[in-house]
Design a protein around this ligand. Structure first.
Ligand code: F6R
Length: 614
């Protein structure tokens, strides 16, 4: 997490840095800061709070200079305070450092420095880097050499940017485990944690690899490997459509992104459904049909909402491709050592393509020699670049911290992949044709589903004061129950739990009372009667019930409506696509409840959009 942007060139750095930080705020938003240089003088400004707070502070106290680094923070070590905000200073204003990552041996290094009489000002792990570089600078008088020496002392992960009045013409950067990219301009250069920060600055970039160090000046940049040998690199053009990351006419990014879902799904489906063969086509899998046909097992690995999409994927692959699937939290998978046979493909699912645990799980799978694929939204992200092949979601930028359109695009993409793998195996041409028809109809069904917004808002007004909520579903609806609960808790701070509906009676039913509403996912399908029995069990214990049911389902109209306190109807789609449709009212419910509770919907407390630390 945390966002970094640095600038060196002829222009004033401050406005460029602040604009870059605004773009990076999805990476963390608990404090922000800049350090600029005017020759031998350093100007440090930092503030707890949002980038807007820093910007206000800079109006009264500008940071002059045409060289500078900046940072927006998601706290790991030390609370969100002015002093813990980056940049961190070493020596008597000798060096300023911004850091993304975690220095695991910081307490040992800190103790050594304190024993030497160094005074610390923050509780961060980063500050040790500043003091160590300042010490080395005393000896070497050379910023690049000092940074290089200090890197050998650090254990953990870092994306670093460093400036010093001793070498005021340059920024030194280094990467290990946290992304860093050089933006190449005309007589100016940039250094950022991801290209998003560079929108409007330059489209020419160079991605740093792990263990590389870079030096950028206004007219030049150089990259060095671990042995401090100069590396020649190709400048890439960012030719992707950065999309519209504004809020448009919507009050929040999240609401805009919820309403963008029909178009997001159209983009995910575009050009991928092939009528001639009744299958799906993906340009970037980079594996032959023979290799894919030989795959006997899939491992889907992801975090959070993307993990829930993976759980839907498990049902999809089992049903349509008849393949055994395991879905693993990336944070667990990376440290396990399960026996995985050689015909296994590992698929990482990630919106950002930067999630540290998912990246680590992917790398571990690669290291073991498994073919790896990524289902990813952000083009050019680390996971997209490191996987052997993959599928882009094409959902456009997702700015709201709560993932919405990425989730439904992931599920849709997984359904297409299940079709693809199915058609390599037992799925008939007619079955393939039917799936294509279903998938093509999905964006319009989502358009229809979004019409429940007013009804959901009314329900949110009724229930937004509760302290707990339960979400229940079976089969394809179980991951949706988990996702509905996650959405609600992360933006409204209401305690919410998702369960397979039949598991209720093994413990969680004890939570049911008149103050605890249960959301029951009861669309038409193979387990409708079973879920209704579970619904009755809750009703018998006076728990308020909100049901999500299929339009035109006569049984739902009678039965659900007579038992539930509220019913939200969504379009009737085949069971395997219901996770997409039934997610819509749950996303809207979380949104309206959070809004009514006065929460910051797009930037919920304690969270960041992209989780680039372990
Ligand atoms: C929740 C949410 C997170 C992410 C998770 C993984 O709404 O957005 O749970 O799904 O942090 O992120 P990605 O998909 O970027 O790897």
């Amino acid at each position: 997490m945390c966002g970094i942007i640095g600038y060196v060139g002829p222009r004033e750095a401050e406005p460029i840095l602040v604009e870059g930080l605004r773009r990076l705020e999805y990476r963390g938003y608990d404090s922000a800061g800049v350090a600029t240089l005017t020759g031998k003088k350093m100007h440090l400004r930092k503030k707890a709070g949002r980038v807007a707070d820093l910007s206000k502070f800079l109006k009264d106290s500008p940071a002059p200079g045409t060289v500078g680094i900046s940072h927006t923070r998601w706290a790991t070590h030390g609370a969100a305070t002015d002093t813990n905000a980056h940049p961190h200073i070493g020596g008597p204003n000798t060096v300023a450092v911004v850091h993304n990552g975690v220095i695991e041996n910081y307490s040992t290094l800190k103790k050594q420095l304190i024993d030497q009489g160094v005074e610390f000002h923050s509780q961060t792990d980063t500050e040790v880097i500043s003091h160590l570089i300042a010490q080395k600078l005393e000896e070497t008088d050379d910023l690049v050499e000092s940074v290089r020496q200090v890197l050998t002392m650090l254990k953990g992960t870092y994306g670093l940017a460093v400036v010093s009045p001793k070498n005021p013409e340059m920024i030194v950067g280094a990467r290990l485990g946290s992304p860093l990219v050089i933006g190449v301009g005309e007589n100016e250069n940039f250094l950022a944690s991801d290209p998003t920060a560079l929108i409007g600055c330059t489209q020419r970039v160079v991605y740093l690899k792990d263990h590389q160090l870079c030096v950028i000046t206004d007219t030049d940049f150089h990259i060095y490997d671990e042995d401090h040998e100069k590396v020649s690199v190709a400048v890439q053009n960012i030719d992707w459509d950065t999309g519209d990351a504004s809020k448009g006419d919507y009050e929040h990014h999240m609401l805009k992104e919820i309403f963008e879902q029909p178009e997001a799904l159209e983009n995910a489906l575009r050009g991928r459904l092939v009528d001639a063969d009744n299958t799906a086509l993906f340009g970037g899998l980079n594996l032959t049909n023979r290799q894919l046909r030989r795959a006997e097992r899939l491992i889907l690995t992801a975090c959070g909402t993307s993990y829930h999409a993976g759980l839907v994927g498990e049902y999809l692959f089992e049903e349509y491709a008849r393949m055994p699937v395991e879905v693993e939290y990336a944070s667990e998978f990376r440290y396990r050592n399960p026996p995985i046979d050689q015909h296994t493909i590992c698929i990482a699912i990630t919106q950002s393509g930067e999630t540290a645990d998912t990246l680590a799980a992917l790398r571990e799978s690669k290291r073991k020699g498994h073919p790896t694929l990524a289902i990813c939204n952000v083009v050019g992200s680390t996971i997209a670049r490191e996987a052997d092949g993959g599928v882009y979601l094409h959902a456009g930028p997702e700015v709201g911290v709560a993932s919405t359109k990425a989730f439904t695009s992931q599920v849709t993409t997984l359904a297409m992949l299940a079709l693809f793998f199915g058609r390599l195996r037992h799925l008939s041409s007619l079955q393939g044709a039917k799936m294509i028809e279903d998938l093509r109809a999905l964006p319009d069904a989502v358009r229809q589903a979004l019409k429940c917004n007013d009804e959901v808002k009314r329900i949110a007004e009724k229930y937004h004061g509760v302290s707990n909520m339960l979400f229940m579903g079976r089969q394809y609806m179980y991951p949706v129950a988990l996702e509905g609960a996650l959405k609600l808790k992360e933006i409204s701070y209401i305690h919410a739990e998702g369960y397979p509906a039949a598991e209720m009676k093994h413990g969680p039913i004890a939570l049911v009372d008149e103050e605890t509403p249960s959301i029951f996912l009861t669309p038409r399908g193979s387990v409708f009667d079973k879920v209704m029995s579970n619904l009755e069990e809750v009703k018998a214990r006076r728990g308020p019930i909100i049901a999500i049911a299929s339009e035109g389902d006569a049984r739902a109209a009678d039965y659900v409506a007579s038992k539930a306190d509220e019913v939200i109807f969504v379009p009737d789609v085949p069971e395997y696509l219901q996770p997409v449709i039934t997610s819509i009212p749950l996303q809207l419910l979380a949104y309206h409840v959070a809004l009514l509770r006065g929460c910051d919907v797009d930037k919920p407390r304690n969270l960041a959009k992209s989780v680039t630390v372990e």
